[in-house]
Design a protein around this ligand. Sequence first.
Ligand code: FAD
Ligand code: ZN
Length: 471
Amino acid sequence: MAAGVLDRLRRIVGPAHVLTEQDDGDLSAWTLDWRRRYRGRALAVVRPGNTEEVAAVLAMASELGVAVVPQGGNTGLVGGGVPDASGTQMLLSMQRLNRIRGIDAANLTLTAEAGCILQAVQQAAEAAGLMFPLSLAAEGSCTIGGNLATNAGGTQVLRWGNARELCLGLEFVTSQGRIWHGLTGLRKDNTGYDLRDLFIGSEGTLGVITAATMKLAPQPAAVCTALVACADLPAAVALLELSRRMLGDGLSGFEVMNVLSRRLVARHFPNLPQPLSDASWSVLLEYSSSESEAHGQGRFETLLGAALERGIALDAVIAASLAQTRALWHLRESIPLAQAEEGPNIKHDISLPVSAVPSFVAECDAALQCGWPGVGVVDFGHLGDGNLHYNVQAPSGTPGSEFLRAHEKAINASVFDLVARHGGSFSAEHGIGALKRDELATRKDPVALALMRSIKSALDPLGILNPGRVL
Ligand code: FAD
Ligand code: ZN
């Protein structure tokens, strides 16, 4: 059967765009995930060039019962975008659907194909004098389709919302190969069930996103950035409250990093400047002002003055140039890369009510030290959204992979139980994929799970789309 499938695929997308291990050798760029935790094998890597080809591939897969794993930039962190080890799943790479279809400046919208790299979308908006405000450390390689399929968050969520809130319309191919033309730029459209919101965050299990119409925003007149040292996490939360009060809607970034995350970056990227590196907690604060540069700077400095005066902040450095701004963001964005260099660790992407973050961290740190003395917690993330990346590292001297094998399950249970007790979620922005499927099955409300299964079987009755992921 495989040979017949490959022939039909070659006829649909062209022979150059069907890759197999046999003919093309190493396919690990598509079959090994970013964290190197999931190494699969693909029946073939199929690279359609337009929506009609995606539809034809899915119609064929549906007819023959071949499983399809959609993939964008392969930067996902939960093992949702790589095939399993069976060698029977087709990897559908969206990378060739990479055209910006148009920008409507008056409507503040941009329409892009799913395989457009996020950074290319940002640049296209910028070239039109506007801004696309989704931003994350993987933006040089993740795709807009992947961002929507995972409902990605990132560093601008507290001002602009996550990928879902930035999306107005979708073009989508169903498991049977039918195309839904939903590329609207409307802000209001109450015509029945909201399919767009159903497909966003569905992680390739309900169909394939081929294009999207996204919201743009005017570029700010001034962007002010500072790194602030705080004595502890309650002080960082107090700084968030004060910033919201004094900067209003202009507060566009509020990231925290504990001292261990800063040390890890210093170890693996020794050339990065490290201001305020001893702080127990550092806050990366960003303010985007629609007023003039001078007005923005004035408000920002008033806020930092008030924070220092009240003892909420211990120290602060304000970026004085674009290069300094980039260097401060680089510190924050290098943490996941430094962790990848350091070796395997147990990642938790959790969200909590902001008010509960300090008590959760205090209790969870204590519980971990009690159960697994010597573990390190690399704790950083988007405090403005109540979203922490609370990542646990093996005690020094213990190999990470060994520690993971022996303790990951029990550590996850410990962390996620405490998250639940504090009213939080065990997956804030990275999704479920393969990694958290069992957690979803045991921790999600049973009625919600039953409804999700009904939706899945209505939209993908043969179960060919990303099987074994999410549900
Ligand atoms: P992939 O990894 O290729 O796929 C992810 C999932 O989406 C898979 O389930 C796949 O099947 C599905 N999928 C992909 N494309 C489509 C499509 N067109 N149609 C249907 N399904 C599709 N995430 C955040 O939310 N916030 C962050 O701050 C953040 N920071 C990150 C930093 C680093 C260094 C890295 C490596 C990742 C980070 N991520 C972050 C993870 C995030 O999920 C991805 O970066 C991004 O959203 C995934 O896009 P992708 O194109 O790489 O998708
Ligand atoms: Zn994040």
